[in-house]
Design a binder for this molecule. Structure first.
Ligand code: IMP
Length: 194
């Protein structure tokens, strides 16, 4: 089965290729000649994932899946949520985003947060969504230097290290994206076997 992952992030593509193996021919946006920026202007993760997947299906005719992720902090009423990438401005600067989170939380003791990923799969025009969540705490300072985004300030429950202090495979095993991808892959393999 040929399927498009609506991303040009090589890290995400490689991860999925490894999991899906030879059963699926996974293509990225570049492979199908999609060089334009895909609209992503909805107010929810579900809306954005859906918008991206349907954009590819409608314009290019391929079955497709797309993901959208947000960091949701309890004491900030779910912020930065769908605005995670550009929380501190259109530069999408990870350091500035983290500084804004730490500044807004200040000395607040309730530091509960979660990462949530939504994957939208559009197969032959029918949509199915998969969600992955990891809960944790926002630390008081940045810790660690691996990973990306908010990794240095997010400590998953049950660990005494932030995501930025874990190696990639350790993080992938418990991460929001890892969990959503697991559900997607289970579904795709089930379809392929029927
Ligand atoms: P995207 O939907 O995967 O592009 O994620 C949107 C934004 O959420 C990113 O720009 C990051 O700021 C943040 N983010 C997503 N996944 C992670 C992660 O695994 N660790 C840290 N930050 C993340």
């Amino acid at each position: 089965m040929k399927i498009v992952f609506a991303t040009n992030n090589p890290h995400k593509i490689n991860e999925l290729r490894e999991i899906l193996g030879k059963r699926f021919e996974l293509m990225n946006l570049h492979d199908i000649g999609c060089e334009e920026e895909i609209p992503e202007d909805q107010l929810t993760l579900e809306g954005n994932a859906s918008q991206k997947a349907f954009y590819i299906y409608n314009k290019y005719g391929y079955s497709c899946f797309a993901d959208d992720t947000g960091l949701e902090i309890d004491a900030l009423n779910g912020e930065p949520g769908v605005f995670s990438a550009r929380y501190a401005g259109e530069e999408k600067d990870a350091r500035m985003n983290m500084d804004k989170v730490l500044r807004k939380l200040g000395k607040i003791n309730n530091r509960k947060a979660r990462f949530r990923t939504v994957i939208s799969l559009v197969l032959n025009g029918q949509e199915k969504q998969f969600e992955g969540i990891v809960t944790g705490q926002i630390t008081r300072m940045k810790q660690g230097d691996t990973g990306f985004g908010y990794d240095p300030v997010f400590m998953p429950d049950g660990f005494d290290r932030t995501f930025a202090e874990m190696n990639m495979s350790e993080k992938n095993r418990i991460s929001h994206r890892g969990r959503a991808v697991e559900k997607l892959v289970e579904y795709l393999i089930q379809i392929e076997n029927n």
